[in-house]
Write a protein that binds this ligand. Structure first.
Ligand code: SF4
Ligand code: SF4
Length: 441
């Protein structure tokens, strides 16, 4: 991209024009779009955003700040894709548009470059630095510093949203899964296959116990589990924020790590990570030398619930006669549902747990407002969406609200905290919920 190029010129270079013209403006995607449902504004819908992209590329409109805002207001939940009869790849279009906006912005704002460099290039790609972050969070929670900070209300001075999120910080750890379990965990009983565990960068320090329980569930179901130490962040946040070069670099490193491990499947327990892992072939589509390896990788990616149901030995759960029935509901991870097409196996597993009464939540497949870092960058819209979600969650009268993605899990914890239901309803990851009830061999 030539230095000094306009945003319009950058959009022309980055956007797939065929995909833009594939949209026939039918509007079937509008009723499923959370931002359109909240605002009723065409520009806040998938069709509206595609029209804006096309108008900018055709030179009908000069893309300015309001164009950038509309691209940033999109949650990237991709609920519009399964609803689209023309199979418009909206997820690819929004990433291309954001990539163009980011490329353009890089030329102007030095401070944006500084923050992004630290977060996207220094922190997320380095598991060592992520563990340091985990150690810091662990110290913050356990040393008494957290209660001092809360009493002073200092976080609230910066942002009400950050103050709310500080209350639901998980018990982070400075040790990742390989430091606690090693890099190989054998199958219990007869081995079915060898799986590679994708540990995730944030997942491994903020939800270490969930990673451990995921691996132990896989072992119970008959899988040898390998956890390649050289794997890194999946690159989802990078790709969704317009840092496509960095996302590609991370993807290549992961492909190498799991190919060297020689695994049959690659397992993710985070819908947000799994959705980009399964699309590494698309991410690297313009690099022919990576076609075969990226295809090999993408074809092996499975969500934890999907591999347990499709390939694993059936898990045994505690006898349903021994305890009272518990009401359980499930909040879909958008990326697990809309990209990995894996919303049913989770429900199937929950229904197999002995003492569970499964209650389907209204609009369980609609985004909760977490969407990566959306609830930090767009708190107003994220909170509106969360309010609606909690009305539906409360109506289930469930004791447990189960999810399959760390971002959704934190957002549900935030919703429960805000609605004062602590102690009556609990948000849990599906791996934790299942492992705590499975019969161990
Ligand atoms: S990705 Fe989600 S928020 Fe964005 S346009 Fe599609 S349905 Fe709407
Ligand atoms: S459903 Fe597909 S074709 Fe119809 S308006 Fe939406 S994106 Fe365009």
């Amino acid at each position: 991209m030539a230095k000094g190029a306009t945003l319009q010129e950058t959009l022309i270079q980055k956007l797939d024009y065929n995909q833009l013209t594939n949209c026939m403006r039918c509007g079937f995607c509008l009723p499923v779009c959370p931002t359109f449902k909240q605002t009723g504004i065409e520009a806040e819908s998938p069709r509206g955003r595609i029209s804006l992209m096309k108008a900018a590329v055709d030179g009908v409109m000069e893309p300015g700040i309001s164009f950038e805002d509309q691209m940033n207001h999109c949650l990237g939940c991709r609920a519009c894709e399964p609803a689209c009869p023309a199979d418009v790849k909206y997820g690819q279009l929004i990433e291309q548009a954001r990539d163009a906006v980011e490329t353009h912005t890089k030329q102007h704002r030095w401070w944006v470059r500084g923050v992004r460099k630290v977060v996207f290039k220094e922190l997320f790609p380095s598991q060592q630095k992520m563990r340091l972050l985990g150690s810091g969070m662990h110290f913050y929670k356990k040393s008494g510093l957290q209660s001092v900070v809360r009493k002073t209300g200092v976080v609230g001075l910066f942002s009400k949203q950050l103050s709310d999120m500080e209350k639901i910080l998980p018990d982070a750890s400075g040790k990742g899964i390989t430091q606690l379990l090693g890099t190989f965990i054998p199958a219990k009983g007869e081995k079915i296959a060898t799986v590679g565990m994708f540990r995730g960068c944030l997942m491994d320090v903020m939800f270490t116990q969930t990673n451990i329980k995921t691996v132990k569930l896989l072992s119970e179901a008959g899988f040898d589990v390998v956890i390649p130490e050289t794997q890194n962040c999946c690159g989802a946040l990078h790709a969704h924020s317009g840092e496509s070069d960095q996302a590609k670099m991370l993807a290549k490193n992961n492909i190498r790590a799991f190919q060297e491990a020689g695994v049959d499947y690659i397992v993710s327990n985070a819908g947000g990570c799994g959705a980009i892992l399964i699309e590494y072939d698309h991410l690297l589509h313009d690099e022919p030398e990576w076609k075969e390896s990226a295809g090999w990788f993408a074809a092996r990616v499975k969500d934890i619930s999907t591999i347990l149901v499709e390939k694993g030995r059936p898990l045994q759960f505690a006898d349903s006669q021994t305890s009272a029935s518990t009401r359980v509901t499930y909040q879909d991870s958008c990326h697990l549902r809309n990209v990995m097409k894996g919303s049913n196996p989770s429900r199937q597993l929950l229904k197999e747990v002995g003492n569970v009464t499964f209650v389907e939540m209204k609009d369980a497949g609609s985004c909760c407002g977490s969407a990566g870092i959306y609830n930090v960058t767009q708190p107003e819209m994220a909170n509106q969406i969360l309010e609606d979600k909690m009305v539906n969650a409360n109506a289930t009268e469930a004791r447990y609200l189960v999810t399959s993605n760390p971002g959704c899990l934190l957002q549900m914890k935030l919703g429960i905290d805000k609605h004062g239901q602590k102690g009556q309803m609990e948000a849990v990851h599906i791996a934790d919920f299942l492992y705590d009830r499975v019969v161990k061999h």
